[in-house]
Write a protein that binds this ligand. Structure first.
Ligand code: SF4
Ligand code: FES
Length: 248
């Protein structure tokens, strides 16, 4: 069937303002939106810029706006949309456009780095590995599904009013480490999260959870950080009980 794609275009090297270009593509209902973008680039306009890599929802590089909603282009099929055969494709909101559908994700990854997204434990490692408790592993598992696509952060309205707010993806990663007993920097992490730039910046608007292509309960995980800040001692004394009581 014929599909019309209306695509945001902006090349700062030659354009003074963004505009939209229209393309007609022959597509199957089962084609991914990414397949259609590829067709446009390969068959109509090789200057169209967009990101992708795995094409299977793993790398997180092709998040963009499809008909007004943040989606992964490789996870959405033509038949997933009720808008007949018309598609409006725009770059992720909030971030600056580098070219067409490519945005500058440096601010996103800088915030991610700020929360120290790695295990901190100065003790000598055991002979084999630092074993994880099964119950705790299940508790933090949702955060491990994050592919850093930035959809949540692009959709979060708090970023627009506080540029220092860590944002949902960084807080989700922080959640993963503050609840991991193998990490020894819990107090330091909690202290840095205990502010408006950290967990308290979240106003529980759920937009991050709504757009997450991996179905991660991002807002609930941030809520767990807030509870942990308030109930730190309880956690230290009875981690298992706390987990049962506060399941994500
Ligand atoms: Fe993407 Fe979901 Fe991770 Fe946010 S939490 S970066 S939306 S996978
Ligand atoms: Fe990798 Fe879509 S191309 S997630």
């Amino acid at each position: 069937m014929k599909c019309k794609f209306i695509i945001y275009r902006f090349d700062p090297a030659k354009d003074t303002a963004p505009h939209f270009d229209e393309y007609e593509v022959e597509a199957e209902p089962s084609d991914k939106i990414l397949d259609c973008l590829n067709k446009i680039r390969w068959e109509h306009d090789p200057t169209l810029a967009y990101r992708f890599s795995c094409a299977h929802g793993i790398c997180g590089s092709d998040a963009l706006m499809i008909n007004g909603r943040v989606e992964l282009a490789c996870q959405k099929l033509v038949m997933d949309f009720k808008t007949a055969n018309n598609f409006v494709i725009e770059p992720l909101p909030f971030f600056n456009v580098v070219k067409d559908l490519v945005v500058d994700l440096k601010p996103f990854f800088n915030k991610h780095r700020r929360i120290k997204p790695y295990l901190i434990n100065p003790d000598a490692p055991p002979d084999k590995e630092r074993l994880q408790d099964r119950q705790i592993q299940e508790f933090i598992e949702p955060a491990l599904r994050c592919i850093l696509c930035a959809s949540c952060t692009a959709s979060c309205p708090i970023n627009r009013v506080n540029e220092n707010y860590a944002g949902p993806a960084a807080l989700l990663r922080a959640f993963r480490y503050v609840f991991d007993p193998r990490d020894t920097a819990t107090d330091e992490r909690i202290e840095s999260l205990n502010s408006e730039d950290g967990a308290w910046g979240c106003r529980t608007m759920w937009w991050c959870t709504d757009v997450c292509p991996k179905g991660i309960p991002v807002t609930k995980c941030i809520g767990q950080i807030k509870r942990l800040i308030k109930e730190k001692d309880k956690l230290k004394n009875a981690l298992g009980e706390y987990m049962e009581d506060k399941n994500v």
